[in-house]
Design a protein around this ligand. Structure first.
Ligand code: SF4
Length: 342
């Protein structure tokens, strides 16, 4: 008999699953799973022996198996390929920053968005991840860090997949992650990255969950952006920037615009000038990401001088910009590369 996995169920779902047992049993199980990381019902001492035996025969508590692990030379970045129950695999990246530990998780197996510089989309979309699978990625990171006497401080949903194309499961996972009986993570510690699915950004604004929104921009005009990111043909820059501004005004959360600098493609001073112009007056900042070479994609990294010039231009023209610290280039930290090669 296939055992039902209880990991990823909300308290209400657990109560329903365990009925007619009294509701406090669901609370006990939730605490054991989410607060104490217990995977074996026989270790749940507060349950009567008969119940432990019954649960062991009907249920399991399973997160994911590690298929592969890569550590960067400086020890600050760790990349894991996790195997899911149906044989699919997803990547997570654990990063140790000065300001704490963060994990970057995937939201889909593969991706249909077709961004030209990205390895994750090469084989298209295989399937959406469930809320339980996304939560499992986070718990894997949390348990790994606990084993090193550290804790997880923030979550970034910026790995393989477009999270807003897996909207319902994403929201379910975020609400569960925020619950006190789960990790109790503040929404402010969570960043969702989108390539620009405008209707879903508007929907997210109305959820009243003040997560940080990060928008992959990568070009300062429609022609170039459509050439790099097919999503721009459906939702152009004007509508995207309006949705971003609206999100920032409604939530009071500054939007981060990600801009991958591709050598000779979008990294000139003229591009910086146009970028500063379209972002002028927005509650926003720009995160510049020097392109991390992807063997499967035909782009080059920008020169150091071009990055410096671009950065300087934005900061002296009223746009707060940062340059993403290059982490884990030796473990292929760009999304999708580990999975694409496995
Ligand atoms: S960059 Fe993100 S949205 Fe674009 S193809 Fe890659 S995973 Fe999908």
């Amino acid at each position: 008999m296939t055992k039902k996995n209880l990991f990823g169920l909300t308290l209400t779902e657990l109560e329903k699953e365990l009925a007619p047992l009294p509701k406090f049993r669901a609370k006990q199980i939730a605490a054991q799973i989410y607060k104490h990381g217990v995977k074996n019902f026989n270790d749940m001492n507060e349950l009567p022996k008969t119940l432990r035996a019954e649960f062991s025969s009907r249920y399991e508590i399973k997160i994911a198996d590690v298929l592969k692990r890569l550590d960067s030379g400086d020890g600050l970045t760790k990349k894991f390929l996790l195997g899911l129950s149906d044989g699919a695999a997803v990547e997570i990246v654990l990063m140790k920053h000065d300001y704490g530990n963060s994990v970057c998780i995937s939201s889909q197996v593969g991706c249909q968005m077709g961004c030209k510089f990205c390895a994750s989309t090469l084989k298209g979309l295989e399937r959406n991840l469930t809320a339980a699978e996304m939560l499992g990625e986070i718990f894997f990171a949390e348990e790994f860090l606990r084993g090193e006497s550290q804790k997880l401080d923030s979550v970034v949903i910026m790995g393989t997949g477009e999270p807003l194309m897996n909207y319902d499961e994403l929201i379910k996972m975020l609400r569960l992650l925020h619950e006190d009986y789960c990790l109790g993570m503040s929404y402010r510690k969570i960043t969702i990255s989108t390539c620009g699915v405008v209707p879903a950004i508007k929907k997210l604004r109305d959820e009243k969950i003040p997560v940080t929104l990060s928008v992959s921009l990568h070009a300062p005009d429609d022609n170039l952006r459509s050439a790099l990111m097919p999503v721009n043909s459906a939702f152009n820059l004007k509508s995207l920037l309006a949705a971003g501004d609206d999100y920032a005004q409604s939530t009071g959360r500054r939007v981060t615009y990600e801009y991958i600098l591709l050598g000779g493609v979008n990294d000139t001073e003229e591009h910086a000038r146009r970028l500063a112009k379209i972002l002028s007056g927005q509650l926003a900042n720009v995160n510049l990401i020097p392109f991390n070479p992807v063997v499967e994609r035909n782009f080059s990294p920008p020169t150091k001088a071009a990055v410096k010039k671009f950065f300087h231009f934005l900061n002296t023209h009223g746009i707060g910009a940062t340059i993403r610290k290059e982490m884990g280039a030796d473990v292929n930290a760009a999304c999708g590369q580990l999975r694409a090669r496995s």
